[in-house]
Design a protein around this ligand. Structure first.
Ligand code: URA
Length: 436
């Protein structure tokens, strides 16, 4: 390990054997944390070329099981987002795309800090099980083409250990390390194609666009070298997506969208669903190009085809399907709500996703540490987004919460994140780049 650290420190390019040695031995507990930490910092500072990144991805993937979905007929496609605020697109896309006969074996994560996680959102539906066994996962995919579950211990266990060390050694935001972390897990799912949504802007962890583009290009390259069909979008996370932030809130919004409704503040999330879904259908071979894919997704969103699939999924995974007809009677509701009124007249000039996400976390919707619990009923319902006009005294948002403990802090954080101005903001660009 000492020789490998020196080689990386001196900017050498590591061989497959060297990368495998580090990953396998560290995962087995044969390399101490101090050497692994030194290696990660050397890799962070010196970088890794595409060949090394591919070796790292493959070695990490190889520490666990790879799902073999060949017994399930149909094309298999998934999507992954690098994390954002109000990003409930997976909840809508997985059933929508499965309604075209495409298999969507979605393995998702939990929220952390200001960002939300698909698993937490699904668990807002009482009794919804994200911890299916492998047999249940396969059987559900065969039956209805979609299942949404959590990461199992068996998929890329190296990532859990390496990520924990990166988290405390300031080596998280490294493009090759992120690429290997995300793709080692996603490629092990056994999909034929993957659509990546790489976020940039205040609410994303790649805040600078040029870094997000570099990450997207690296992930597409490594995925293609692993024989997967890949597309990555670089999208704007400078303001929250949709109108609702929080777990039960985002489920109720997903249901509305799957019912074909387009309520205030949801234009951007709907646009992103259609855009991402168009690429998923193209990769699956269901659409001959992106334009046709987008049109098909948009239609399935409006005609109830995706909604029917969502209902089937909820019911097979133990949730009460009545949530689809009458969400507020099934989803947890907060004891308190409070309208946040505008002290000024003007237009919303900016709405910082990180700060609005943090305000929602303070109300109970998120967690600071992985082991913290969350309040599924808490969150923020945005009444105004960038470009909207607002009168003095009109509601900018509504807070959903159960305890007053952090109400002042959440209010201050929300106001720190919103700018109201007489000036008209620049039009908000949602999709910056498509990388294939
Ligand atoms: N998400 C991951 O799974 N890994 C990273 O390194 C960053 C985000």
């Amino acid at each position: 390990m000492y020789d490998i650290i020196i080689k990386k420190r001196n900017e050498g390019s590591l061989s497959k054997e060297e990368v495998e040695f580090f990953v396998d031995s560290f995962t087995k507990g044969e390399i101490p944390d101090y050497q692994a930490a030194a290696f990660l910092m050397a890799a962070f500072i010196r970088g890794m070329d595409h060949k090394e990144t591919l070796f790292l991805t493959q070695a990490m993937r190889g520490t666990g099981e790879n799902l073999d979905l060949s017994s399930i007929s149909g094309p298999k496609v998934d999507k992954h987002s690098t994390g954002g605020v109000g990003d409930g697109t997976s909840l809508i896309l997985a059933p929508l795309i499965a309604s075209f006969g495409v298999v969507v074996p979605m393995i998702s994560g939990r929220g952390l800090a200001h960002t939300g996680g698909t698993l937490d959102k699904l668990e807002a539906i009482p009794n919804f099980r994200v911890g299916l066994t492998k047999e249940e996962f396969f059987s559900q995919l065969k039956k209805i083409g979609v299942a949404m579950i959590g990461q199992t211990e068996k998929i890329a266990p190296a990532d859990k250990k390496i990520y924990a060390l990166r988290d405390v050694t300031a080596t998280v935001d490294s493009i090759p390390l992120i690429t290997a972390s995300i793709l080692s897990k996603k490629l092990a799912e056994g999909c034929d194609g993957l659509v990546l949504d790489v976020k940039t802007g205040d609410g994303a962890f790649m805040q600078e666009k040029k870094n997000a583009v570099k990450l997207a290009k690296t992930m597409v390259e490594i995925g293609k070298r692993s024989n997967k069909k890949m597309v990555a979008l670089v999208t704007n996370m400078a303001q929250p997506l949709g109108a609702k932030i929080g777990n039960a809130l985002e489920i109720s919004q997903a249901i509305e969208i799957l019912q074909g409704k387009e309520s205030q503040g949801t234009k951007d999330i709907i646009e992103l669903v259609d855009f991402l879904g168009g690429w998923m259908l193209f990769l699956a071979g269901v659409a001959k190009n992106h334009k046709e894919g987008k049109e098909k997704v948009s239609l399935a969103r409006k005609n109830g085809q995706g909604f029917a699939k969502f209902k089937e999924m909820v019911s097979l995974q133990g949730g009460d399907p009545k949530v689809c007809e009458d969400p507020s009677s099934i989803l947890p509701q907060p004891k308190k709500t409070k309208e946040i009124l505008s002290p000024w007249k003007g237009r919303v000039y900016s709405l910082n996703a990180r700060l609005v996400g943090t305000a929602s976390l303070l109300l109970g919707a998120g967690r600071n540490k992985q082991e913290d619990s969350i309040d599924p009923s808490a969150g923020i319902f945005l009444h105004k987004k960038i470009g909207d006009s607002v009168e003095k005294g009109e509601a900018l948002a509504e807070f959903y919460y159960n305890s007053d403990n952090n109400l002042d802090a959440a209010t201050k954080t929300f106001f720190a994140g919103i700018k109201i101005s007489k000036l008209k903001p620049k039009p908000f660009k949602l999709v910056y780049e498509v990388i294939r």
